[in-house]
Write a protein that binds this ligand. Sequence first.
Ligand code: ADP
Ligand code: MG
Length: 297
Amino acid sequence: MSQHSCLDNYIVLHKLGKGALSKVKAVRDPANGFTYAAKILKFPCEALSSRFREIVQNEMQSLKRLNHPNIISIFNANENGVYTKKNGDTYKCMYMIMELCPNGELFDILFQSGRFDERTSRFYFHQLIDGLEACHRAGVAHRDLKPENILFDENFNLKLTDFGFAFSDTGNNRSSCLQTNLKAENYMAPEILARQPYNGFSVDLFAAGIILFIMLSQNPPFNKATLTEPYYRLLSNKEERFWQLHSRNKPQNYYSAEFKSLITDMLAFNHSQRLTIEQIKAHPWYQGPVASTQEVG
Ligand code: ADP
Ligand code: MG
């Protein structure tokens, strides 16, 4: 337990994670005894500071607009000023206090359990779609949807987090449309990889389709070697070869016809042919049986 120089009165308990720009720690507020997650960003005072501030403010503004059980809640934020490192460099620090997700990231759970069956995949996928639906209804596209940004609270409620690159239709970040993160390329829609202008709402649903595929198959549908137009089109053109390639070491007829149909239509190469949220929810695979919280916990 310690006091972090920039975290005002919050007491640091332990480390939770690390992102490209941030460190996240579990903290306690001595005023009420509750524990939270503090996302801490340190940035050089001069260089980069405006871009950092833009990302943090974008995240805060998006989260303040969203109030849903499948989206992380934000409680407090502050910017604290100038610290000097041992080498003499100065930096500033911003932090956000958010609800704590002690069950970690989606793929930690997936890799611990081996793979999810259809009922368990549905349990997580329904919550993912509910969270995305709430974002999209509020005019917010997440645009950085990947397993590291999908967390679970103590009751295995799914929480979408990390809205630093989100697009809000009333926000001032319209110009930063092509912000991409190379680490997340497995989740990117083909139009992003082709560096074409894209629709943030459609690419969120594409990423959700990739995540669903990984939950059931344990492998990404497209990997570094196959992130190419012909390979994307294998799936879109309903060529059985796509499924054969993903059936190695799997029992016969591993993927149900409903699952194949949902994945094919969520990951359509042409974004205008992809399913909408309403169509996903009406799909026969989506409507199948769902694991209970007790079963997944
Ligand atoms: P970045 O924008 O730098 O990627 P994130 O918001 O994604 O930062 O947080 C980085 C990592 O910290 C996450 O991938 C997750 O492992 C952990 N983390 C973030 N928020 C929480 C939280 N509320 N509860 C638990 N762990 C968290
Ligand atoms: Mg992240």
